[in-house]
Each structure stands twice: as structure tokens, then as C-alpha cells.
Design a protein around this ligand. Structure first.
Ligand SMILES: [Zn+2]
Length: 237
């Protein structure tokens, strides 16, 4: 859970240590990228401009459900914070998982518009995963297609199908973010097969999958709950 007051996510250019081998700084300056991004965002009926100074531009996005997201665009970074929220009388209680799923869609737009990396404890699916085979642009976990040239990004290897290929990326995220620990590295294939079956057989619940993972001999420990696992399964393409 994010510390109160701390950003839910920060987007910025990665440092040389953080940058993947596919990273290239974009040709147009950040100010130009921000200008196009703002024009695009302000056409959205759910996003409004709150304040604009020389130092920063503040927006509020209201995806519905009573929670808002505040966006602050500064010189060379964007901060996203959970904004003030209200529960309507007789309304459903706030569901943070649903909110995080909603705002993830908006963060995708910010990432595509800037090429920035997303630094967040709670949001998943934004790490670099490779380069577009057609245009070379760096691409991120949530992308199925390149944002610039629309090339399809994931082509399964011979003998594997789309579920196997997606499951490999999911297990990669689970291990990298320490949401899951293997009993031994060789067990990884089994875990991938289990996740692939989740995608292959519609109707399997996330709860059931979590139960199976916990019981697998190849898994030493699972450090995530249903909501967190669900977010990875949904976000990683
Ligand atoms: Zn491309």
C-alpha cells in the first residue's frame, strides 16, 4: 500500500542504471511531449484542468466510483496521487482494486505519450519488456501492439501458443516483483504451465489459481493476494 501523501506512481525518464537495453530517449523534448499529452487528456470528459503555473500543471481524473486521481506534470516528471474521494450515500464502498485497474488505463496513455518509466509500488504492467520488431520503439508489459506502428509484439515460439507465451511474461513479473518465490529454478516451467491453463480455460477463478499456486510443490511462497495477482494477470499482455 502506498504511504499517504506519497505518489501512487511517478513517471519520468529512467536513469542510465534504470534504463533497459531497448531504451532510447525520444527526439522531441519533454515540453513538447507534455503539450501534446495535455491536449489529448483535456479532450477526455473525465479529466479536468485544476491549476496551471510555470512550474506545474495539475489535472484531476475522475474515473467514477468515488475516487479521483490527481496528476501533476512538472518540468520533467509526472506524479499521480490518489485524490480526495467521496462515497455517495447508499453507494457501494470503494474498491481500491477496481480503482487501480481504472487508473492503469490512464497511466498507459501517459507512458505512451512520454516514453517515461512508471515507478510504483502498487501499479503493475509498466516495465519495459523489449523493442518493437518493426520500428524499434521500446515497449512495455501492458502492450499487445506497438503504440506507434501497431505491429503485433508477441509471437509465440514454435510449439507454444499465445497462453504459454503470456504465462511466461506473467511469471516473469511475479518473480521480479517478489510476489512469488520458486522452490527451485527448475520449477518455473510448471508454474508457467499452471498460469497458461488459467488463460486457456475460461471460467477458472483467480481465487482458484491462487490456491493452486500456493499448493504447487514448485512454489516456495506466494506473497500476493487475489487482487494483486488479478492485476498482474489482467495487465500483462
Ligand atoms: Zn513499432
Amino acid at each position: 500500500m502506498t504511504v499517504p501523501g506519497a505518489p501512487l506512481a511517478t513517471l519520468r525518464e529512467p536513469s542510465p542504471d534504470e534504463a533497459s537495453r531497448w531504451h532510447k530517449v525520444r527526439n522531441n523534448p519533454v515540453a513538447v511531449r507534455f503539450k501534446f499529452l495535455l491536449e489529448f487528456l483535456l479532450e477526455e470528459p473525465t479529466i479536468r484542468l485544476v491549476k496551471r503555473t510555470d512550474a506545474a500543471t495539475e489535472l484531476v481524473a475522475d474515473p467514477g466510483g468515488g475516487m479521483t486521481l490527481r496528476l501533476t506534470l512538472r518540468e520533467d516528471l509526472i506524479e499521480a496521487r490518489v485524490g480526495p474521494y467521496a462515497v455517495e450515500q447508499g453507494g457501494e464502498p470503494l474498491d481500491r482494486d477496481a480503482f487501480l485497474d481504472d487508473v492503469s488505463g490512464l497511466i498507459e496513455v501517459l507512458q505512451l505519450g512520454t516514453g517515461f518509466y512508471v515507478f510504483s509500488e502498487e501499479l503493475v504492467g509498466f516495465d519495459p519488456i523489449g523493442a518493437c520488431p518493426a520500428c524499434g520503439l521500446e515497449v512495455f508489459e501492458w502492450q499487445e501492439e506497438c503504440g506507434i506502428c501497431d505491429a503485433v509484439l508477441h509471437v509465440p515460439r514454435p510449439g507454444e501458443d499465445e497462453h504459454d507465451s503470456r504465462a511466461q511474461r506473467v511469471v516473469d513479473v511475479l518473480l521480479r516483483r517478489e510476489m512469488l518465490e520458486l522452490a527451485c529454478p527448475r520449477g518455473r516451467k510448471n508454474v508457467e504451465r499452471t498460469v497458461a491453463s488459467y488463460y486457456a480455460y475460461a471460467g477458472t477463478s483467480i481465487e482458484a489459481l491462487l490456491g493452486v499456486l500456493i499448493d504447487l510443490a514448485d512454489v516456495a511462497e506466494v506473497y500476493c493476494d487475489e487482487g494483486e495477482l488479478g492485476r498482474v494477470l489482467q495487465r500483462v499482455r
